[in-house]
Design a protein around this ligand. Structure first.
Ligand code: SAM
Length: 309
């Protein structure tokens, strides 16, 4: 296997210094997709004016946000400061949604620190114009922890709505066959078994997703250097459940550009923000790489390497 990974980009100033000259966006700049579908802005998600400039009057029917979690790896703030910061970008995002829109946010709970910031964030969300709709858990295959505690394998995804957006239930079906039979119910006088009644032979993902593989260096979609990359399958599920072809999707924390790529694949438009010019560049390169090669990432290579051959 090709072996040319980047180290964690948050951990090496030297690496960052060497990559920055190859990044086309400087802070405040916006990349316009030459094919006219997407936009990437090197901006602060909490800067209302910068977001308005990036959105340029367009409104999204779906927002998928994955902010830094206030855990290790990011600059840590008190939960109160963190949630006040979240309120700023959440309000900014809500203002750029259509009247009937979906809003998803990934957020962690630190079990070593009172489970912050998840519950604080949930309470703050009650004061916004959004209504809570679902609380989803994605189960990782690998976890962390000691022999003295339950292994930590969960990632949390909150789903809120504004108005009455569509929900395309077909996107919820997994590849997992239904294995439990024997729930009988009379329909029109006829005794039916649950297998007959269902829309599909496979189970719905529900609000506990057990069928999504965590990204690691052997997978094609891996983007080395991106330590917080979400699986394409999870983002694709959200995109297909809560938007239609041609719809606009926003994501204020691009990182590896997973939402951008999922939108390209599912024929949605995407406007995404990212404060770090290196991650902006990686997100743009990932889209370009996909358009050129059909590949979703670099596996164990990297976004800045010179392609061989
Ligand atoms: C958890 S990662 C997002 C991962 C992304 N969903 C993916 O699949 O690759 C959070 C990203 O937010 C960026 N970020 C942090 N603060 C920001 C801010 N104020 N505005 C915009 N982006 C920010 C970080 O640089 C990081 O790349």
């Amino acid at each position: 296997m090709h072996n040319n990974p980047l180290g964690r980009l948050d951990a090496s100033e030297d690496l960052r210094g060497r990559l920055l000259p190859f990044c086309r966006l400087e802070p405040e700049q916006i990349w316009q997709d030459p094919q006219g579908r997407h936009r990437v802005g090197c901006i602060d998600a909490a800067d209302e004016r910068a977001v308005a400039r990036l959105m340029a009057g367009d409104r999204a029917t779906l927002a998928i946000h994955d902010p830094p979690y206030n855990l290790v790896a990011f600059e840590e703030r008190t939960p109160t400061e963190y949630v006040a910061w979240c309120k700023r970008w959440v309000d900014t995002s809500i203002a750029t949604l259509t009247d009937d829109a979906s809003f998803y946010v990934w957020l962690g709970a630190d079990q070593r620190d009172g489970f912050q910031p998840l519950p604080d964030f949930m309470i703050m969300m009650r004061s916004t114009a959004l209504r809570a709709r679902s609380f989803i858990t994605l189960r990782n295959q690998r976890g962390y922890g000691t022999q003295k505690n339950w292994m930590a394998v969960r990632q949390e995804l909150l789903y809120y709505v504004k108005g009455d957006p569509l929900f395309l239930v077909d996107a919820e079906y997994t590849d997992i066959p239904k294995s439990v039979r024997g729930y009988y119910k009379a329909i029109g006088g006829k005794r039916t078994e649950n297998g007959e009644r269902g829309r599909s032979d496979t189970i719905r993902a529900g609000n506990v997703w057990i069928d999504v593989q965590q990204v690691f260096y052997r997978m094609e979609e891996n983007v080395s250097g991106c330590f917080a990359q979400k699986p394409l399958k999870a983002i694709d599920r959200i995109v297909r459940a809560s938007s239609q072809k041609g719809d606009l999707v926003s994501d204020f924390f691009a990182h590896a550009g997973t939402t951008l790529l999922a939108c390209e694949i599912a024929q949605r438009r995407c406007i995404t923000a990212e404060i770090d010019p290196i991650f902006c560049e990686i997100a743009i390169r990932r889209l370009e790489h996909y358009r050129k090669t059909g590949k979703t990432g670099w596996q164990n290579g990297n976004a800045f390497e010179i392609p061989s051959g």
